[in-house]
Design a protein around this ligand. Structure first.
Ligand code: PLP
Length: 287
């Protein structure tokens, strides 16, 4: 596999940054992550929008224009030759002179084989553990996953997939996904604030609002007890049913019908996007 470091394609093993980068010294940096299929990134514009927005919010300048970054990403995918996989963009605080102040950011583009989760996560559903925590700058995709990673041993010993964060009584998101529930009166609900505005969340809201009642608002922990269904959304998880939260059984304890319909509709939406957005551009992408 090859990566891109500051505009140059290099073998993954030789893709290095100096240890003086603010990302290493202080954990200061942002990233984004998206999938590609048939050499074509999924929901590409939305991920690029979020990447540039995250950079701006953290006062980091992306050293390339959108057109140039797009070219680098497509060139990397073509150079690696795999039809599908994942792409991670990382923008760091740069080589700091005083150990604290950002400087010119470094930009790394990394490619991975297509990620996946065990089939049972979708057929059986997953469990979550609630945890009081608010990400420091929730609407920015920072590289800081300190709490989630610190809690991995507890998560693993309890057989849970992710932490479900809450700020006081309000549910926000999970460690690496957005959270949805289906109420007793069949309304799809997802938290409005203190979250990363997930690209998958956005697609799911768009799909669901055509077919059912949808509310984007504060969601309290108390609402978990009465919900019929719950699920997570994320770029690699897609739409993943949640069947347990702490000791609570969600709904029937099985992936519910609304979740299953949304899982299918999201798969269709991805397929339609790839057909529509990149129609006739395949040969150009492969260079
Ligand atoms: C904290 C957090 N919330 C939500 C998400 C889901 O976002 P997306 O659907 O864009 O992958 C992620 C994805 O990594 C995340 O890290």
């Amino acid at each position: 596999m090859q990566y891109v470091v500051n505009g140059t394609i290099v073998p993954a093993g030789k893709a290095t940054l100096n240890v003086g980068d603010l990302a290493i010294l202080r954990g200061y940096g942002i990233f984004d992550y998206f999938l590609f299929e048939e050499f074509r990134p999924l929901f590409f514009d939305q991920y690029l929008d979020r990447f540039y927005r995250s950079a701006e919010r953290m006062h980091l300048e992306v050293p390339y224009s959108r057109e140039e970054l797009t070219r680098q990403i497509l060139d990397l995918i073509a150079a690696n030759g795999a039809k599908k996989g994942g792409i991670r963009l990382v923008l760091t605080g740069g080589y700091t002179e005083d150990g604290y102040s950002p400087s010119r950011p470094n930009l790394v583009i990394m490619q991975y084989p297509m990620p996946g989760h065990p089939e049972s996560c979708y057929t059986e559903g997953v469990k979550l553990l609630t945890h009081p925590y608010r990400r420091e700058v929730p609407d920015v995709k920072t590289i800081n996953y300190l709490m989630g990673i610190q809690m991995l041993p507890k998560l693993r010993s309890s057989g849970a997939k992710e932490l479900l964060y809450h700020s006081g009584p309000h549910i926000t998101e999970s460690t690496r996904s957005n959270f949805f529930l289906v109420t007793a009166d069949d309304t799809l609900v997802t938290p409005a604030e203190d979250i990363l505005y997930g690209i998958t969340r956005h697609q799911v809201l768009d799909i669901a609002s055509d077919v059912m009642k949808v509310e984007v608002r504060d969601v309290t922990l108390d609402e978990l007890a009465d919900c019929k269904e719950a699920f997570l959304t994320g770029s690699t998880k897609k739409v993943m049913p949640v069947v347990g939260i702490n000791s609570l059984v969600v709904g029937t304890g099985r992936p519910g019908p609304v979740t299953q319909r949304i899982m299918q509709a999201y798969a269709n939406r991805c397929e339609a996007y790839l057909q529509e957005k990149w129609r006739g551009q395949k040969s150009e992408i492969r260079g």
